[in-house]
Design a protein around this ligand. Structure first.
Ligand code: F0G
Length: 408
């Protein structure tokens, strides 16, 4: 059973019934948010194994029978000694979300949202996606036996993600527009036809699953929060959810501090980073956003109000990185730490490097970079690699061992 919780507008605090499928406030248009009553709770989960449902009490699904899980969460928090030394950090950790069942952090949110969807009797689940949300929703819908409908920007989704969506049997609409237009279409569709249930990060139940990353990091650092948490930002659901998690951990008395939240965006798709750098309290959407990190090719992030608040409250910041910096960081992490992530995820490492160079992050800080998706999802980056050294070898020739020895 979950602890008591309510649903309210993030902006004007108007309460809503917890079984609603609404995602915005009918009074002010603000986003909705779950609030748990946690201040005087005893922690029951100390001896449970790591994973999203370890923290069952802070997940808003009322009846265990509806829980649909592929064993998500419990991802590694890897101490990156080699890369840390090079970047100039004593304690660099990577929370590698590519280790989730469909290869991205989306699974944390999807297990919560799909369980809630089942509890509410929803049968047609829909999302707009740059790929990972679609892959995750498709997998969880398959497990739950529900219909999955995805809207994706035609030709702009990495091949591995499309393959996942197809394999899991989703209905696919390739739209003639970018992600922001796909998102707007899905909002229109779900507002028009109430049978369709929105599974994007506007869905407040999904964000509750995603906040468990904060709980896990804190567990893995022996009940400590890091000094800074660095992650890529697209629509802004993840950074908001993780910040909410750290706030809860603080309120529960599990962690005595909270990290600075640092959002990284691709240079030509950076409405949030631009607003943060200019000290503005609104974003200006970017028309026609561009980056090879297709997962975060987003110009009009729907969760921007929550993101700006998370960054401000946490005394965090935001940074932009170029595609070249992203590719270099992706290769660094793979070749120096054995962790292969997709380009959007590498943005966090690229941003961290930049912030160490500028001194915005200090050498002594405990830093956790969240790498959000697995590298195998996007094989197109191979085109950008320098010619990799490899040798043709005729093992039918008698002196082949000598040849190998000569080369090495
Ligand atoms: N990293 C990856 C690998 C992503 O797929 C996404 C978002 C993000 C970071 C950004 O997260 O939107 O919560 O700020 N992908 C969405 C999708 C948009 O459709 O898969 P965010």
């Amino acid at each position: 059973m979950p602890w008591p919780y309510s649903l309210k507008c993030f902006n004007c605090h108007t309460p809503y019934p917890t079984r609603t499928t609404d995602h915005s406030c009918s009074k002010c248009g603000g986003l909705l948010e779950i609030a748990f009553d946690i201040s005087s709770r005893r922690i029951p989960w100390r001896n449970r194994s790591l994973g999203v449902w370890k923290y069952r009490e802070i997940l808003p699904v009322d009846d265990d029978r509806y829980i649909t899980s592929l064993d998500e969460g419990g991802t590694g928090l890897h101490h990156c000694g080699r890369l840390g030394r090079e970047i100039g950090l004593k304690k660099l950790y990577v929370k590698n979300e590519g280790e989730n069942p469909t290869g991205s952090f989306k699974d944390r949110g999807m297990t919560a949202a799909i369980s809630k969807a089942r509890e509410m009797g929803k049968r047609k689940l829909v999302c707009a996606s740059t790929g990972n949300t679609a892959a995750s929703l498709a997998a969880y819908s398959a497990k739950a036996g529900l219909e999955c409908i995805v809207f994706v920007p035609a030709g702009k989704v990495a091949r591995g993600k499309m393959l996942q969506v197809i394999m899991h049997g989703a209905r696919i609409f390739q739209i003639n527009g970018d992600f922001d237009q796909a998102m707007a279409s899905v909002i229109e569709l779900t507002e028009h036809g109430k049978a369709f249930y929105m599974m994007n990060s506007l869905n407040p139940f999904r964000l509750e699953g995603q906040k468990t990353l904060a709980y896990e990091v804190c567990d893995q650092l022996n009940s400590r929060a890091p000094d800074a948490l660095v992650l890529p930002v697209g629509n802004g659901g993840n950074i908001s959810a993780i910040w909410k998690g750290f706030n809860e951990l603080h309120e529960l008395g599990i962690a005595t501090s909270r990290p600075r939240m640092i959002g990284i965006q691709a240079e030509k798709a950076a409405p949030i980073a631009k607003a943060v750098k200019k000290g503005q309290n609104r974003i200006t959407p970017v028309a026609n956003p561009q980056t090879l990190a297709t997962a975060i090719r987003i110009g009009s992030p729907v969760n921007w109000t929550k993101v700006l608040q998370a960054i401000k409250e946490s005394k965090g910041t935001a940074e932009t990185v170029s595609d070249r910096e992203i590719l270099a960081a992706q290769k660094d992490l793979a070749a120096k730490e054995g962790i292969f992530v997709e380009p959007a995820s590498a943005a966090s490492i690229a941003g961290l490097r930049k912030m160490r160079e500028s001194g915005d992050i200090d050498r002594s800080e405990v830093v956790v970079c969240v790498t959000t998706g697995h590298g195998l999802k996007d094989p197109s980056v191979a085109e950008h690699l320098r010619q990799h050294e490899s040798y043709n070898l005729k093992i039918t020739e008698p002196d082949w061992i000598r040849r190998v020895e000569r080369i090495l």
